[in-house]
Design a binder for this molecule. Structure first.
Ligand code: GAL
Length: 681
């Protein structure tokens, strides 16, 4: 595995010179220098130009592009071009086109028109990658490989016959025998028993709900199939260019691709970030925290963000002045070591001609968008030596498991209103509002660096998870588990004997019934004692709970479980395990998060006015870099911790307090060391 080491924060974007004549390339080089561009992603959608006929490759243009970048000292994030096969391929190999769940075969004419298990697709893709790797190995511009593009973005699941065959092979590896598979899928139900592997199909359209075990395995299989495509390319690139780091651009919290299982095959996590103007700042913060956490806290990269408007929403307003800069600084604030754009030069035609770009249709360097990109480039250039490689040190974490996501959202009841990512968001929002640093980690991972763990809607407990949580609390950790957790095992089988099964002893409760609410239903959660005293509305879910060692901190106020526990706390070993049986108001979530942080000794980075986000990166020399991000439209005053700081963007020395302009950013370097991050390496 290549540990990437870049000399500067990465800044640039998707660059498509093959849509332009060479005089435009030269103009681009000048403009890139003006904007302090350090790296561009090239060749992403160039397969049709590289291989105009089967087996005939034309690399002359790409050679010129690579040489030009090297001459201008701009690094190439060289894409493998496999995300959009040439049109002739679907004529020669029609079965490589993906098939939808209802049996429709898609056509070419947009992009990503390939079945991830397609043999011809894989064969042609790897042949191309082999040639690219050999041709550009050792090229001075080659700095990183950009494998494919946004795996699964348009076709996350294919249901074709090739996939059916591959699915059977995948299942044979997982279950070995049909008996084991029949048990895992519980096929004595509805006469679904399999007697021959040939009879197993993808979960195509069928009269009623498909078998949940089969559907869950299909999510797993498809994530693995896309990963297999990535790995085929990665293996070639690693063997030909072992020193060049590999990435692929992931998408934010993208359900079809299990980010944790992919991360170990990537050298640097990169992702594409497209918040709407209405997306709250805490939500983009969460995206970064997830991406950073995928690889244990190593700096990640924003591979794409839009300089201003996008083209794929129903209406596409421009980003308001200052917001692109603020979002870019927020990326750095949450541990990124670079921000890139889609795209460098705005297309003249095609499906993305009205998507913003750094260089707009007027080609001017005097427009608002170019000027702000150039200004930001200057700032990143300046910040680079101060923050590159520094880390976030979180003591609180939220658990996230893609398998749980797949399972809990394909349930034969009890509610179609359960949205796993929304539950993670609700608890993240509460912690974020307290300015607490948060990692997003897998339930079975090492929890020893954390003091507070929140496990929202952890319906499926895979092996080792219950033990892991038990150990964490026994050692003094504070844990919050929320409703409908600990229900099934990894096969999506209910663990019998009373909910929450494996967590029953740890939480000290027995959930006798769960009661999903319709949108019209609600209840209230009443808490008698401080610091949470009050009555709070709650929605979505209720439960009938019996205490088995835990104490009730709050109760439901109405319905047939009125006065029965809604919020419980169980002292277990050195720590405490809380359980929340409903979806309370945001007010209670924040108050509860504050209480948990106090009990767990998790401190906020800083106290700050509402709308001012504060994060801290710690450098290898132990000095802290504070990011103060003003997401409001008014100037704000922030009180600083003790000591003196250098305000890195204006090189002023500050102490006591600072004023941040509306939509502004201040980056402060502490003058003294606070302790390093070596423990997380
Ligand atoms: C991304 C994609 C880019 C471009 C961009 C537009 O999903 O990777 O190629 O299409 O969206 O916002």
């Amino acid at each position: 595995m290549q540990q990437p080491s870049f000399h500067a924060l990465l800044y640039g974007g998707d660059y498509n010179p093959d849509q332009w004549t060479e005089d435009v390339w030269l103009a681009d080089m000048r403009l890139m220098k003006l904007a302090h561009v350090t790296m561009v992603s090239i060749n992403i959608f160039s397969w049709a130009l590289l291989e105009p006929q089967p087996g005939i490759y034309h690399f002359a243009q790409l050679d010129r592009i690579m040489n030009m970048l090297a001459q201008h000292d701009i690094a190439a994030d060289l894409a493998t071009a496999t995300a959009s096969p040439p049109t002739w391929m679907s004529r020669l190999y029609p079965t490589m086109l993906p098939v939808t769940r209802d049996g429709t075969r898609m056509t070419h004419g947009s992009r990503q028109h390939y079945c991830p298990n397609g043999r011809d697709y894989r064969r042609k893709a790897t042949a191309l990658v082999q040639r690219l790797a050999q041709r550009y190995a050792g090229h001075p511009a080659l700095s990183m490989w950009h494998i494919n593009n946004e795996y699964g973005c348009h076709v996350s699941q294919c249901y074709c016959d090739t996939c059916a065959v591959a699915f059977r092979v995948w299942l044979q590896q997982r279950y070995q025998t049909l008996d084991t598979l029949n048990y895992a899928w519980w096929t004595n139900f509805w006469s679904q028993r399999y007697y021959d592997w040939q009879d197993i199909l993808p979960p195509r359209l069928s009269p009623a709900q498909n078998n949940p075990g089969q559907v869950l395995d299909y999510w797993r299989f498809m994530s693995d199939s896309l990963l297999a495509c990535y790995r085929l390319e990665a293996d070639i690139l690693r063997s030909v260019t072992p020193h060049v780091p590999l990435t692929t651009n992931l998408m934010v919290a993208f359900k079809p691709v299990d980010g944790f299982s992919w991360a170990s095959h990537m050298d640097i996590i990169s992702f594409d970030m497209y918040p709407a103007n209405t997306t709250p700042a805490w939500e983009t913060a969460l995206s970064h925290d997830l991406m950073r956490s995928l690889k244990g806290g190593r700096p990640h990269l924003v591979m794409e963000q839009s300089p201003s408007q996008v083209n794929w929403m129903a209406q596409n307003p421009q980003k308001r002045p200052g917001h692109m800069r603020l979002q870019s600084m927020q990326a750095l604030a949450h541990g990124a070591d670079g921000v890139m754009f889609f795209q460098w030069r705005q297309s003249k035609a095609g499906a993305e001609m009205f998507h913003s770009a750094v260089v707009a249709h007027d080609s001017s360097e005097h427009g608002r968008i170019f000027r702000q990109v150039a200004q930001l480039g200057g700032e990143l250039h300046h910040l680079s030596p101060h923050i590159l490689g520094s880390r976030i040190n979180a003591q609180a974490a939220i658990l996230m498991d893609w398998h749980n996501w797949w399972a809990v959202e394909y349930l034969p009841g009890p509610s179609d209103r359960l949205r796993y990512w929304e539950q993670i968001k609700a608890h993240y929002h509460a912690l974020h509002s307290l300015q607490v640093a948060v990692d997003i980690i897998q339930p079975a991972s090492d929890l020893s660096q954390y003091r507070l763990i929140i496990a929202p809607l952890l319906y499926m407990l895979r092996p080792q998870v219950a033990n892991n949580l038990q150990h964490f609390v026994a050692q003094g950790g504070t844990l919050l588990v929320t409703f409908f957790s600990g229900i099934v095992d990894q096969n999506n089988h209910v663990v019998l004997g009373g909910y929450p099964a494996e967590l029953r002893t740890l939480l000290g409760i027995h959930v006798e019934e769960f009661d999903p609410f319709t949108p019209e239903m609600s209840n209230e959660l009443a808490i008698q004692e401080e610091p949470l005293q009050g009555t709070y509305p709650c929605t979505l879910w209720g439960e009938l709970i019996h205490l088995e060692g835990a104490q009730a901190l709050g109760v439901f106020t109405s319905d047939y479980y009125a006065n029965q526990p809604a919020l419980t706390m169980h002292s277990f070993g050195q720590g405490r395990a809380y359980y929340l049986a409903t979806q309370p108001s945001d007010e209670l979530l924040v108050r509860l998060a504050r209480l948990l942080c106090q009990q767990a000794n998790v401190a906020p980075v800083l106290q700050s006015p509402e709308g001012v986000e504060v994060t801290k990166r710690v450098r290898a020399d132990g000095r802290a870099v504070y990011f103060l991000l003003n997401h409001t439209e008014q100037a704000q005053q922030v009180t600083l911790p003790m000591g003196c700081f250098t305000s890195l963007l204006d090189e002023k020395r500050v102490e006591g307090s600072v004023e941040i302009a509306a939509v502004g950013v201040i980056v402060l370097l502490s003058e003294t060391a606070e302790g390093g991050f070596e423990q997380y390496l």
